[in-house]
Design a protein around this ligand. Structure first.
Ligand code: FES
Length: 163
């Protein structure tokens, strides 16, 4: 199980204040908090719901779960985004995705490895269809991906992490 990061509520406060604590800015506030932690920690959502006028923790949680852009689970150190837009799908994104899922033995809706090293997710078109199938690992874009290339890339990351 991936540990929740410890939460700096002063930073969450700064974000709330930068949006003047207005509940109409809740989505923007949640986006900023997610940028900070790469997911929405429960502690931060509860804090926002308690601190901001006109909201409750349940409302904030409801909003966060409604929008697919928000993640409520801590993510791995490496977030592997597999494009499954039409061009990537047609050019074989799913075999690459399945090879990663099976390598890390991810099942039953689990998308992060036990050691917290990798998270795997599918995303819609990344706007680089000429390079399909496209994979993004953290900020790095990998074009024309194959299962073999993916294996080499993951082997490299794992090797680097062990050094
Ligand atoms: S469909 Fe994958 S980049 Fe457009």
């Amino acid at each position: 199980m991936v540990e929740e990061k410890s939460i700096n509520l002063t930073k969450v406060d700064e974000i709330i204040n930068s949006y003047e604590g207005k509940k109409t800015n809740l989505i923007a506030i949640l986006q900023k908090v997610q940028e900070l932690y790469s997911y929405l920690p429960m502690e931060a959502m509860t804090y926002i719901g308690t601190k901001m006028e006109g909201l409750s923790p349940a409302t904030v949680y409801g909003v966060a779960t409604f929008y697919a852009q928000f993640s409520l689970e801590p993510k791995g150190k490496y977030v592997i985004k597999m494009c499954d837009g039409t061009a990537c799908h047609v050019r074989g994104s799913m075999p690459v995705y399945n090879s990663v899922i099976s390598r890390f033995n991810l099942k039953n809706g689990k998308y992060t490895t036990e050691d917290g090293m990798f998270s795997v997710e599918t995303v819609s078109c990344l706007g680089a269809c000429g390079l399909a199938p496209v994979v993004v690992i953290n900020e790095q874009v990998y074009p024309k991906m194959t299962t073999d290339a993916m294996k080499v890339i993951l082997d490299d990351i794992i090797k680097q992490e062990r050094e």
